[in-house]
Each structure stands twice: as structure tokens, then as C-alpha cells.
Write a protein that binds this ligand. Structure first.
Ligand SMILES: [Zn+2]
Length: 114
């Protein structure tokens, strides 16, 4: 699947468009970035589908922290928390397809009743 097909990623009512910025990210030494001003998640084509998907989850967690906590005052601490939580969440989704399926079914049922 093309990770860009996920776009936009909605976090707390804000839509974040996914787009590639491979050269810019490489120049800045980053795998992905969350752009608050343009509401974008920048991804690199230098990485495969799994790292790209993990990057989307990682940047979405930064967006959650920004939205609900205004970001953390210590960017190194935030990076560490986001890295561990996003890796942990990716693993939980990978190892529990029935959990993910239950979420999808519940969400579809709720949308049908709206
Ligand atoms: Zn990060």
C-alpha cells in the first residue's frame, strides 16, 4: 500500500496531510517531521513501507502531545517518549489484529447509526 493513501491523518479535529519531502528531510537529518504551521507530516521515500507507517504513528503522537499538552518543554524527553510509545503502539497493532478489527467494526457500527 502507498502510505500517502492514509492522508489526511486526523488528530483532535486537525487534518494533517501526508507528503514526501525526501531531499529536505535528508538535508535536515530527519526520517520524518510534523509541520505544525502547514498541518503536514513529511515522509521520506528513502525508507520502506513499515518505517513510513511507523513514522506516521510517531508524528501523530507528536501532534497529540502538541494538541493536549502544548508540547513538552524538554524536546529530548518528548522525542524519547514519542519514540517508545509509537514503537509500542505499532507492536500492539501488529500483534493484535483482532483488536484492530474490533475497533474498525465498532467505528463502522457507530458511523451507521449517525
Ligand atoms: Zn519525533
Amino acid at each position: 500500500m502507498n502510505v500517502l493513501d492514509i492522508s489526511p491523518v486526523k488528530v483532535g479535529g486537525f487534518n494533517y496531510a501526508l507528503r514526501y519531502d525526501t531531499i529536505g528531510l535528508a538535508r535536515r537529518g530527519n526520517v520524518a517531521e510534523l509541520e505544525h504551521t502547514s498541518n503536514e507530516i513529511l515522509l521520506s521515500e528513502d525508507y520502506g513501507p513499515q518505517p513510513r507507517l511507523q513514522s506516521v504513528i510517531h508524528e501523530a503522537m507528536h501532534a497529540i502531545i502538541q494538541l493536549y499538552y502544548g508540547g513538552l518543554s524538554d524536546p529530548v524527553l518528548e522525542e524519547g517518549i514519542v519514540t517508545q510509545l509509537s514503537q509500542g503502539w505499532y507492536q500492539v497493532m501488529r500483534d493484535n489484529p483482532r483488536l484492530l478489527q474490533a475497533f474498525i467494526e465498532l467505528n463502522e457500527e457507530q458511523n451507521e447509526t449517525k
